[in-house]
Design a protein around this ligand. Structure first.
Ligand SMILES: *Cc1c(COP(=O)(O)O)cnc(C)c1O
Length: 540
């Protein structure tokens, strides 16, 4: 099997029409006309490419694309921009994964709003960096107003503040760093991490989070000098929500073992299941023990704008800090995210004054230098796209998009449930569905896994659909992440039909599989041979 060759053939390009002034120069007053022509050319290129490629993916694999890259010498530039664009089309556009395609249902990637794209086109040539007022002026105030709007939507109160970040990973790191340092500042005899590093008994520090929370919590623990093992996984209920009973028990274990649980991370929208932890109960447990509550709403944050489902986030207003990814359920281009805190004084844990950038007296005079509350220094003006989206499309429209996606997920769930050859793991919460194809008579997990790997690979290879895979209790599952309000239930019906067709074909091609499974019920001999055959099938 090869990737879709129709898509991979070079598309004749309409070249730059008017003889452009030389585009091989810097952006500046002298090149404004060239800039305009160049931009128009790029817009045409994307338009041309996307109107031709109706599939989510070409199906290309790394070993097919790599040779093209091996042939390129970065020290020998092409003669002109036209040649550079042609090369980009061949290396990138022809094989790009299209998140706006209805058959792209793999990860938490969204189609983006048109106003957000326009805003990106404005912010990039200006190259505004938002770390200090003297580099950004109005851009700083635009970001600040969006931060204030978000904290008000959450209900964090008048003392709240925050900053844009590169994503939920950075937001979680920042929140947990602040939580760690706030907790350590309270330890007797410890003068504070910022000057003296971790306290002597830092090995007792613990973070609690559900067993299905995002891996960035573990990464943050490692970066914070605590290590992965400082994260205590809390079991979930059947709906993959953190169990309050289990949390209480783990906190008691910590107490018994003289550990210092300084933060609980509740997830509002887990990556695999979209499940939302019971925030009010978690908040109560945290408050009574003086533990920092961080809510990771990287995925579920968009519910802040939902007319129908805002109440799913009940309790989020009690958080000490919150992560929100605008580049997920607010339909913004990557990167666009924020870390919000209830008490703006806590942001002092990330402040460092440098005479050459953000001197202390400048802050004392009230100059709004965003670097004072950011882990990053030079930082993109990622707020402008959200700004133009809110000022034109409006928040209610974004909320409506998410409502539509949730409705589509429920209808897709019904389609999957109608079939007796598909197992769906849990009822949907936000917009994911975890399931596997399991034809009658086949029981053993390794065989089912081989079939589902084949289904996923074949869909992608043929450019018919991009679905994710995950593992739950050791078993492999397929996953739909629905984040495109333009997708229709008919699109999902077609995709499910393809899934079943590829599954059936695989079973038919490996006839011994069914009989062996039927005969033995569980036949451990079948699995390795199927896996071997599968490995061959993937290569042809
Ligand atoms: C996506 C996600 C993250 C990580 O966010 P990035 O923007 O990818 O860094 C963290 N937590 C949850 C629950 C997520 O879904």
């Amino acid at each position: 099997m090869r990737y879709d060759t129709e898509l991979a053939t070079a598309i004749p390009l309409r070249r730059l029409e008017a003889a452009p002034e030389n585009l091989l120069t810097l952006f500046g007053d002298h090149s404004l006309d060239a800039y305009r022509l160049g931009m128009q050319r790029c817009v045409s290129l994307v338009h041309h490419s996307l109107s031709r490629h109706q599939r989510p993916f070409s199906g290309v694999e790394p070993d097919e694309l790599q040779p093209e890259f091996d042939a390129i010498d970065l020290d020998r530039p092409l003669p002109n921009v036209e040649a550079g664009l042609e090369e980009i089309q061949r290396l990138y556009l022809d094989h790009a994964v299209h998140f706006h395609n209805p058959s792209y249902v793999a990860h938490l990637n969204c189609p983006v709003t048109l106003p957000s794209i326009l805003a990106e086109a404005i912010a990039t040539p200006l190259n505004t960096a938002v770390e200090t007022w003297d580099q950004s002026a109005g851009a700083t105030l635009i970001e600040q107003k969006l931060i204030d709007w978000t904290t008000a939507r959450i209900g964090l109160g008048d003392a709240a503040d925050g900053v844009f970040t590169s994503g939920g990973t950075q937001s979680n790191l920042m929140a947990l760093m602040i939580a760690r340092d706030a907790a350590c500042a309270e330890l007797p005899g410890h003068a504070g991490n910022r000057h003296h590093g971790l306290p002597a008994d830092y090995r007792r520090l613990r973070i609690l989070t559900s067993e299905v929370s995002h891996f960035s919590v573990q990464k943050a623990a490692s970066l914070l000098g605590l290590g992965y093992d400082a994260v205590i996984p809390v079991p979930c209920d059947d709906d993959k929500r953190m169990s309050l009973e289990a949390l209480r028990a783990r906190l008691e274990d910590c107490h018994r073992d003289a550990l210092l649980p300084f933060a609980v991370v509740a997830t509002a929208g887990t990556t695999d299941f979209g499940s939302i932890d019971p925030i009010p109960g978690i908040a109560e447990l945290c408050r009574s023990r003086g533990i920092w509550l961080h809510v990771d709403a990287a995925y579920g944050g968009g519910l802040l704008l939902s007319r129908r489902y805002r109440h799913w986030l009940a309790g989020i207003e009690q958080a000490d800090s919150v992560s929100v990814d605008y580049h997920k359920t607010f339909f913004q281009p990557v990167s666009c995210s924020a870390c919000l805190v209830r008490d703006r004084r806590q942001l002092g844990h990330v402040t460092y004054h440098a005479d050459y950038l953000n001197p202390r007296d400048q802050a004392d005079q009230g100059t709004p230098d965003l670097v004072n509350k950011s882990l990053q220094t030079t930082r993109r003006f990622d707020a402008l796209k959200l700004w133009l989206t809110l000022r034109t499309l409006g928040a209610a429209t974004l909320g409506g998009y998410l409502d539509d996606v949730i409705a589509l997920t429920r209808r897709t769930y019904a389609l999957l449930q109608e079939r007796d050859d598909i197992d769906v793991l849990t009822a949907p919460a936000l917009s994911t569905l975890v399931f596997r194809y399991r034809p009658a008579g086949i029981r053993d997990d390794a065989t089912i896994e081989a079939i589902n790997h084949h289904v996923r690979h074949t869909l992608s290879r043929r450019g018919e659909g991009v679905v994710a895979g995950t593992r739950v209790d050791e078993c492999f599952y397929l996953k739909f992440t629905l984040l495109n309000p333009q997708t229709q239930i008919e699109d999902m019906r077609r995709l499910i039909e393809r899934i079943v067709a590829h599954g059936e074909a695989f079973v038919a091609d490996h006839g011994h599989l069914e009989t062996a499974s039927n005969a033995a019920g569980y036949d451990s001999e079948v699995a390795p041979s199927v896996m071997a055959t599968f490995a061959d099938a993937g290569r042809t």
